[in-house]
Design a protein around this ligand. Structure first.
Ligand SMILES: Nc1ncnc2c1ncn2[C@@H]1O[C@H](COP(=O)(O)OP(=O)(O)OP(=O)(O)O)[C@@H](O)[C@H]1O
Length: 233
């Protein structure tokens, strides 16, 4: 589904990524772990084409997208839920969801408003409300719903549960469990390692712009000392 090798990237003169590698198989849930500032968001931005790769390779479903523009990466089926969590504030919930809807990839059982509302009943209740008036958690659900409406092959969530109330976090975790059960490939950046161990198939740890560890949830359990050292949890 996604393969990243030897990825290097910089903001101006400051090199942030030195050697990032990761693989996501079809239907897999994979995490990117690491303390603040280690390059997780930068990795996602580089995969999306929002920041140019200086070297290395990004392949999406066998296609080289290393130098592709963000619109193209999105069109080829990567849906990003960015850390910034931005909705179109003056549009209603429903308008936000239909604004980006597309099924260019002709996926089976495409996402519809109804399916998103089933996943997040709160969004149905607030369908006609301006999105700017939603709570932070509801806005996050809306951003996830909006990404799903593009019918992505790969969904990337950058700190989707950060700063949200426990009850909302649980709803988002449940949503991700359902997506996984439906075969959705997902790349997750999050700090809730206990939940991630249950949900994800494979994990990668970044330290100062390098992939320094990778393994399964069982490996992660066994190497808890390492996780503590690299992730600080
Ligand atoms: N636009 C930018 N210009 C210059 N440096 C940046 C920019 N964005 C991020 N950085 C720097 O790049 C490094 C990696 O940041 P990044 O956001 O990728 O880390 P992260 O692992 O996602 O951490 P966090 O959990 O804090 O988001 C940090 O040192 C950060 O200060």
């Amino acid at each position: 589904m996604l393969s990243v090798e030897g990825l290097q990237a910089a903001y101006g003169a400051s090199r942030i990524l030195f050697d990032v590698a990761l693989e996501i198989g079809e239907g897999q849930v994979v995490t990117l772990l690491g303390r603040n500032g280690m390059g997780k968001t930068t990795t996602v931005r580089t995969i999306m084409g929002l920041l140019p790769a200086q070297s290395g390779k990004v392949q999406l479903r066998g296609r080289d997208v290393t130098a592709a523009a963000p619109e193209k990466v999105a069109r080829l089926g990567v849906g990003l839920v960015p850390e910034s969590r931005q909705v179109f504030p003056t549009l209603t919930v429903r308008e936000n969801l239909v604004a980006t809807a597309s099924n260019r990839l002709k996926r089976n059982n495409p996402w519809t408003l109804q399916r998103v509302y089933e996943m997040f009943p709160r969004l149905r209740e607030r369908a006609g409300q301006s999105s700017g008036t939603l709570s932070g958690g509801e806005q996050q659900m809306l951003v996830i719903g909006r990404a799903l409406m593009t019918n992505p092959h790969l969904l990337i969530l950058d700190e989707a549960t950060e700063g949200l109330a426990p009850v909302i976090r649980r709803e988002i975790w449940q949503c991700l469990e359902r997506l996984k059960a439906e075969g959705q490939s997902i790349l997750l950046i999050d700090k809730n390692v206990e939940v991630l161990k249950r949900l994800a198939d494979h994990h990668y740890v970044l330290e100062k712009g390098r992939t320094v560890w990778s393994g399964t949830s069982a490996d992660l359990e066994r190497d808890s000392e390492l996780v503590h050292r690299h992730v600080g949890i």
